[in-house]
Ligand binder design. Structure first.
Ligand code: KG4
Ligand code: ZN
Length: 340
């Protein structure tokens, strides 16, 4: 059975064909980064309009790469939660139209759960039960994942997501969007101990929540001083930018590593799966690996191309297909986070 998967939750228009044996036949990700770059973040209206323009060419190209026609599609799956309402709608309407035209079943994908499932695809073997950490542009959440259909939210960010903090701090430092890769690159030449930034809630191991807004403000104060809003007169040297980037990145990584392993400890589970765009970060990957080896925990992180938004990870819908969990054609988008 060939599953056609659509992903339009934020600013990537993506499609993939994955078989029920988890073979990836074709995958396309059309990035909108250049459209949002000058705004320093995703502009929802621009994102949904761009999805509209791209969705059909992206599906056509995916089928072409997969070497199959529409008649060979056995079911259509779409990420309908969480995300930007207008963006989600484009994928959902396209998926429903295809299901009606092809007379095939519709399957729903929770985008955050799909980020964890990227680890299942990358490992090539079972990863459940596990602790799942999703670190993306819009979310920073810890789950107890009993199985591919059983996710329980253990904790989440109280304010900014980790990726959002990377994007906002990059903008403060005059680095291009998306901020994660720019900060990673700038940090390579910096000293992670040059500035001592806060690591919120790391002294409360029982609380599996995160907070990054205070860290972002601390970087702002380090650049401009408390209360200053006009940055126009401030000129940072390349070394200052590198030191600020490295110190900020280290603080985010400390928070993520400490809470991820606190969740492993409190659940007693032996596997940690990490997904989402920020999981592409090299320093985070190194630190998670060091810590996992030291504690005898099995760590699974997808390769960077499966960490940032893509449709392949939506293969989690095959688990719903196998369980007979099909959706009615009045399925709606749910922009906010579903707790289970
Ligand atoms: O999962 P994703 O592609 O989209 C959402 O679901 O949000 O995550 C995008 C986020 C952006 O905030 C981006 O700056 C961040 O992932 N990101 C990174 C890296 N690559 C992407 N953050 C840190 N280091 C990276 N190498
Ligand atoms: Zn994502």
């Amino acid at each position: 059975m060939n599953l056609l998967i659509l992903e339009t939750t934020c600013d990537e228009t993506a499609a993939a064909v994955v078989t029920d044996r988890l073979e990836v036949l074709g995958s396309v990700v059309a990035s909108q980064d250049p459209l949002h770059q000058r705004f320093g973040g995703v502009v929802p209206e621009i994102a949904s309009r761009a999805h509209l323009e791209r969705i059909l060419p992206v599906i056509d190209e995916t089928l072409r790469r997969a070497g199959i026609g529409l008649k060979d599609v056995g079911a259509v799956a779409v990420a309908n939660t969480p995300g930007l309402a207008g963006s989600l709608l484009v994928g959902l309407v396209a998926a429903k139209a295809m299901c009606v035209a092809l007379r095939k079943p519709l399957l729903a994908i929770n985008h955050l759960q799909a980020h964890i499932y990227a680890c299942r695809l990358a490992s090539g073997e079972e990863v459940f039960p596990c602790v799942g950490l999703v670190v993306s542009g819009g979310h920073t959440s810890l789950y107890r994942c009993q199985g591919p259909l059983e996710f329980e939210l253990l904790g989440a960010t109280r304010d900014d997501a980790a990726g959002e903090a990377f994007d906002k701090v990059a903008s403060l430092l005059g680095l291009p969007y998306p901020g994660g890769p720019s900060i990673q690159q700038a940090a390579a030449g910096g000293n992670p101990r040059a500035y001592r930034f806060p690591r919120a809630m790391t002294d409360e191991p029982d609380r599996l929540d995160f907070s990054f807004s205070g860290l972002k403000t601390a970087v702002r104060y380090a650049i401009a001083g408390p209360g200053r809003t006009d940055f126009s007169a401030i000129r940072l040297s390349a070394q200052q930018v590198a030191d600020l980037a490295a110190s900020f990145q280290e603080a985010v990584v400390d928070c993520l590593v400490s809470k991820a392993f606190a969740a492993v400890k409190c659940t007693g589970l032996g596997t940690l799966c990490v997904g989402g765009g920020v999981a592409a970060n090299q320093r985070l990957r190194e630190r998670l690996l060091e810590e996992a080896q030291g504690r005898g925990v099995r760590l699974v992180i997808a390769p960077p191309r499966l960490c940032t938004d893509n449709a392949v990870m939506g293969a989690i819908a095959l688990e719903r297909y196998k369980a007979g969990c099909f959706e009615p054609l009045d399925l709606d988008v749910i922009p906010g986070v579903v707790r289970k």
